[in-house]
Write a new protein. Structure first.
Length: 128
């Protein structure tokens, strides 16, 4: 019998729940993160990911609005922010070591209160 994996770090969970809606969106940010201060163009990222450039640009613009990266003439690069660097380092580590757990978190339903969703299973519904 194997023990269950420990939970993902809370800052990673909060980041994913607050900013990530797909694995591709996360991967776009991590591709920018892995190059550090060197900019990546939308065209490069879109070609590498096989994703429309409009989607990549939308994702990265959203991350820029939240301070995780910044837009420059050549494309996008990581923001010069120690907190963002530490957070994305933890996210990247989870992506490499705990990809299945991270994927489950991304694709899990986002309920405010899990007890409410459980109790909804027992709610009696009238047929119309």
């Amino acid at each position: 019998m194997t023990d269950a994996a420990p939970p993902l770090p809370l800052p990673v969970v909060e980041f994913v729940r607050g900013h990530i809606s797909s694995l591709l969106q996360l991967e776009a940010l991590l591709l920018v993160f892995e190059t550090g201060g060197r900019p990546r163009s939308v065209a490069q990222l879109a070609a590498e990911m096989y994703v429309p450039s409009g989607a990549v640009a939308d994702w990265l613009d959203d991350f820029c609005a939240h301070g995780f990266c910044e837009r420059v003439d050549e494309g996008y690069r990581m923001a010069d922010d120690q907190h963002a660097f530490e957070l994305l380092s933890a996210v990247a580590d989870c992506y490499m070591r705990r990809r299945i757990s991270l994927g489950r978190l991304i694709f899990s339903p986002r309920y405010e209160d899990p007890r409410g969703s459980f109790s909804d299973a027992f709610r009696i519904r009238r047929e119309r």
